[in-house]
Ligand binder design. Structure first.
Ligand code: ADP
Ligand code: MG
Length: 272
């Protein structure tokens, strides 16, 4: 069996938030998992289970209480500023709110090329061609280059966010509820786009989502979080109903009961 390179290894990662009353809230409790190069990990769990806190720690956006994070075998939690700056292009993120995560006063051409200028990887003279290439990558026409985020739909904004995140060719793309605010059909288009780009660029994807059924349709591995604890890990090919973990089953049941409700609604509407 060919084992892919372990691109990211998380060991006993813990985050305790200090609350005003001298108490702590353990948002992530000794979380450990590995990410293989080119694979997709889904992270599911209900709101407040610690998913965003986990990825914020991976991104260096939130301090770590305890534990270790290795990127290509290098511990990235005790890097100095300069080393962190060098690492940053390798792990990029797409956020939940499509419009709010794009600078309202910047044109799309400037948004998608900004990371490249920050890292001095682009000359002014190459800007237009590069922006066109990045938009084509996310299947947006050149017509969007000189527009501002507010004139785009949610799905189009997420395509721009993905183009910006991929401009630096990261090894890992983290999507934190990146499709949750979108309509179901648009959600599917964005997932299809991510999978196409993953195949082309061989990147790993960490896809955070509270929709277990959606994640299950494309992830190679699913981590289930409950109240800051990793309670279950499902491998590729494992059917959702096979898990013996109570919490996973509760999530599965809620997915199926939702489908049941929708089906009943459709039947009811058809009758009308
Ligand atoms: P999720 O992304 O799964 O919804 P979060 O990681 O956002 O969960 O939150 C996990 C827990 O940590 C929640 O109880 C939340 O209220 C708490 N939390 C998140 N950020 C902070 C913070 N800055 N200070 C205190 N508590 C926080
Ligand atoms: Mg969250």
């Amino acid at each position: 069996m060919i084992v892919n390179e372990i691109i990211l290894e998380v060991k006993n990662l813990t985050k305790k938030y200090q609350l005003p009353n001298e108490k702590f809230l353990t948002a992530c409790n000794e979380i450990s998992f590995q990410v293989e190069a080119g694979k997709t990990i889904g992270i599911v769990g209900e709101s407040g289970s610690g998913k965003s806190t986990l990825v914020k720690m991976l991104m260096g956006m939130e301090s770590v209480t305890a534990g270790e994070v290795y990127f290509r075998k290098q511990n990235i939690l005790n890097l100095n500023k300069q080393a962190l700056w060098k690492l940053r292009p390798q792990i990029q993120m797409v956020f939940q709110s499509p419009v709010a995560s794009l600078h309202p006063k910047m044109k799309i051409i400037d948004i998608v090329t900004e990371p490249l200028f920050n890292y001095k990887r682009l000359k002014r003279s190459e800007k237009l061609a590069k922006a066109k290439e990045l938009l084509a990558m996310v299947e947006l026409s050149e017509e969007f280059l000189n527009r501002y985020p507010h004139s785009l739909s949610g799905g189009q904004c997420q395509r721009v966010s993905i183009a910006r995140a991929l401009a630096l060719k990261p090894a890992i793309l983290i999507c934190d509820e990146a499709t949750s605010a979108l309509d179901v059909s648009v959600q599917k288009n964005i997932v299809d786009l991510l999978l196409k780009l993953q195949a082309e660029q061989k990147m790993s994807i960490l896809f955070i989502c509270h929709d277990l059924a959606l994640v299950h349709s494309f992830a190679h591995k699913i981590l289930v979080m409950e109240k800051g604890v990793l309670v279950d890990e499902l491998s590729e090919g494992e059917s959702l109903t096979e898990s013996t973990e109570e919490y996973t089953q509760a999530l599965v049941d809620s997915v199926f009961s939702l489908k049941e409700i929708k089906r009943n609604l459709q039947i009811n509407n058809a009758r009308k």
